[in-house]
Each structure stands twice: as C-alpha cells, then as structure tokens.
Write a protein that binds this ligand. Structure first.
Ligand SMILES: [Zn+2]
Length: 443
C-alpha cells in the first residue's frame, strides 16, 4: 500500500557508521515510528511487508524518494548498505545488464530474484548477524545498537575488527528489530585459532570483493587454476579431477569448520562444487569464490590483490590437457616458454608438458602471429646467446687460440651463428681477428 504522495520524511536520521539499510530502518522505526511495523514499511519502502526483505527491500525507489536521495541512490544503497551488494561485482555481463535495468525502473521483481540468488540453493542471507563486542561497544557508548553491513555479507562469520565469531539471529517474526545481547546464538562450532584466522581473512575478502566495481570471473578461474597447478593439486598431464579437487578442499581446516555450520552453507564443505565452478562459464555464488580463494591463498598476503587483478599473475589452462593458456592472451607463461624452447624437438617439449605433439602444435598455431614457427622465431635470441656464450667461453679459456681453433672446437656454435647471425660471429671473434692480423703484420 503506497502513501500516494511519497512526501519526504520530516526527519531523516544520518547513517550510523557502517550500518545496513535494514539497521537504519529498524532504528528509524524505534525512534520515529508509531509502533506499527507495517506502517514503517509503508512509509519508508511503500510496502507493509518491507521488513521481511532484510537483504534489500523491493521498494528502494520509494525510499530514495522519501529521503530525497540524501542517504544515497538505488545502486549505491544496494552496493554499500544491503548485504546483497556483494553479489553485484560477481554478475556476468548479461545478468548485470538485467540488474542495471532494474535499478532504473520503479517496478519489477525483488532484488534477490534480479540478482539470480533464488536459484543458488544457499541461504539468501536473511539471517541477521552481530558481534558481541561491537554490540557492547555501542551499548557502552549509550548509542542504539546497530546491524553492521560487513557482518551481513555472505562469507562473513567473524568480526574482522574483534576477531571473534558472529552470533546469528534466527528472526522468526517479521518486524524491524535491532540486535540485543540475548537474541543471538552461535550457529557453528567454536573455531580453532587457525580456523579463526582463515575466517577473519575471508570476512575481509568479502568486504573487499563487495567494494569492487566488477570482478573478472574468467581471470579468477585462470588464476585459481594456476595456483592449483603450482600446489600440485592439478597437473599438465591430468585434466582437472573432480574428486581430487573435492578431497583437497574437504581436508582444509576451513572445510572442517564449515561442516559444523547449521545452515545450508555447510553443504559446501564437500568441495564437490569446485570442479563446476572452475569449468563453468556462468556466474556462481560469491560464497564459493570466497571459500575457494580463502583455502587456495590461505598463506598468501596478496590474496586480495589477486582477487581484483588476477591477470597480474601468469595464466594457465582451464581445461587441463587440451589448452595451455588463455586464448585472448598472446604469450606463454615464462616457464612453459622455456620448456618449449629448451627441448630438442617439439615432441620432446610436448612429452615434458604431458601433451601430444599435435595438441601442442595446435596450441602454438593458435597463438596467431607466431604460428608454427614459434620455436624458430622465439628460439633465435636464446640460441644466439648460447652460441655466443660457448665461443666466448672457449676464447676466455684459451686466450692464445686462433680463429681456426674456434672453427674446429666450437663447430656447432660457429656454423649456427654464421648461418643465422653472421654479425654476431664477427663480434664474438673480433679479438682473435685483431690478434691474427697483428701476427700477420709481424710475419
Ligand atoms: Zn566486532
């Protein structure tokens, strides 16, 4: 039931720190409301049941109108005051277009539907969470308690400020409420110190991700595959194994703790979803990315940077055996490059990489401009350097040698240099030429 006129509120309280939109509305209800939860919903969001939508009320345009935009526009509210803001950077471009379209129209489906969250099967984060220390601070400062936005994000089970687990409120009746020491409980086992640290870092990662404009999921996949390979969980010779990935994740301390969580998220502890996440082309639940990242880069201080700019790391193949690098990215990871150039033949290189020669040749051809001549083109600088080195080394060891000695003793290097880089051969043997011309003069 809309008010019709949608007049601006006569008093608009300011945001209290990093509180969520639901928190703001609950304090408004407590301070300025008439006691009716339905009236508060109608006044603020044009819908009597708005308090049910704790993630993000559908009537955000109404809210922007009655607050005169002074608390932010629709997109800004969703991104920074609603827990579903974390989903926005993870949207695929198609879903993103639908979402942005919806932010511009007054009518339409609810935000969880627009963001495709309903299909995930995981909790849509409708529970409310708080940190006891944060709450005690608010009460000690004689302020109204509040729901902090970072605590409501998926993947946020620990207060990153106090390094302590968050309490969950299973809020059965639909009303506007504020946290209270007596209403929450721990919905999981007490984490060990190691688990606590991983969980704290994951909470920070969730906040970091929510602040990103857009995340490149394809790049994230490549970066994850790269790290899995580096850690020996996948390899060149074996395509990604679903069981191996699942076993690796399930054995992590984070997964051990996740099994104790009394909500649908605990189903992710098996790790059986990782294979699909890495091979998928569509968007997926942000929690999966946060969990994978937290285990994969548990000991890496750059895990946040890797999340926002994964291209800064070398890239590897998404389908294991058949594809070595990203199509759009010309150039090979340096270690692969080296293997190919160092090998005597392409077949040797393919063997070392666990591929068939045909597969490797095809991949090289797909590099475009290099075509099938990759080894020759790319190999020249390397072989030139080697030939030069072997000649210079010989001369250094035999300062009294003649040009004839060099020709005789460094046969392969000389013939290669003379055929490919004759000027380099002249440079390498310059000293000897000067010496021999002097000798000739003497004679
Ligand atoms: Zn706290």
């Amino acid at each position: 039931m809309a008010t019709g006129i949608n007049q601006e509120l006569s008093f608009i309280p300011a945001w209290r720190g990093d509180e969520s939109l639901y928190s703001w509305a609950s304090s408004f209800h407590k301070i300025c409301g008439n006691g009716s939860h339905r009236d508060t919903g109608t006044l603020l969001f044009g819908a009597a049941h708005a308090c049910k939508e704790r993630n993000a009320p559908t009537g955000l345009h109404h809210f922007v109108q009655v607050t005169g935009g002074s608390l932010g526009e629709v997109l800004q509210l969703l991104r920074t005051r609603c827990s579903i803001g974390l989903f926005i950077p993870f949207l695929t471009s198609a879903r993103r277009a639908i979402f942005l379209d919806r932010t511009n129209s007054v009518d339409g489906p609810g935000w969880t539907t627009t963001l495709g969250m309903s299909a995930s099967g995981l909790s849509p984060n409708s529970h409310l969470r708080y940190c006891e220390s944060c709450l005690n601070d608010d009460i000690a400062n004689q302020l109204l308690p509040k729901w902090r936005w970072p605590h409501q994000l998926v993947g946020s089970w620990v207060c990153s400020d106090h390094s302590q687990p968050l309490k969950t409120v299973i809020h059965k009746s639909f009303t506007w409420i504020l946290p209270d020491v007596s209403i929450g409980e721990y919905q999981h086992a007490e984490p060990t110190p190691t688990q606590l640290e991983v969980l704290r870092k994951m909470s920070l990662l969730a906040q970091f991700a929510a602040h990103q404009e857009h995340l490149d999921l394809n790049a994230l996949r490549q970066s994850a595959l790269n790290e899995l390979r580096r850690q020996g969980i996948s390899s060149w010779s074996h395509p990604l194994s679903k069981d191996r990935l699942a076993g690796w994740f399930a054995a992590s301390s984070l997964a051990q703790w996740l099994r104790t969580v009394r909500s649908p998220e605990s189903s992710l502890a098996t790790g059986s979803w990782i294979h699909d996440l890495l091979r998928g082309r569509r968007g997926d639940h942000p929690l999966k990315w946060l969990l994978l990242w937290s285990v994969l880069f548990a000991h890496d201080a750059s895990s946040q940077r890797r999340f926002s700019t994964p291209w800064s790391e070398p890239q590897w193949d998404i389908f294991g055996q058949s594809s070595l690098w990203v199509e759009e990215c010309i150039g090979l990871p340096s270690d692969i490059n080296q293997i190919i150039l160092d090998a005597k033949t392409l077949a040797d290189a393919a063997k070392q990489l666990g591929l068939t020669t045909g597969a490797l040749r095809n991949r090289l051809i797909k590099l475009g401009e290099f075509g099938g001549s990759f080894r020759r083109e790319q190999g020249i600088p390397l072989r030139r350097q080697r030939a030069m080195n072997s000649i210079l080394k010989y001369i250094a060891h035999r300062p009294d040698c003649t040009l004839g000695d060099v020709h005789r003793e460094c046969k392969a290097a000389v013939s290669w240099l003379r055929a490919n880089c004759p000027e380099d051969f002249a440079i390498a043997t310059q000293e000897l030429r000067v010496q021999s011309s002097r000798q000739m003069l003497l004679l």
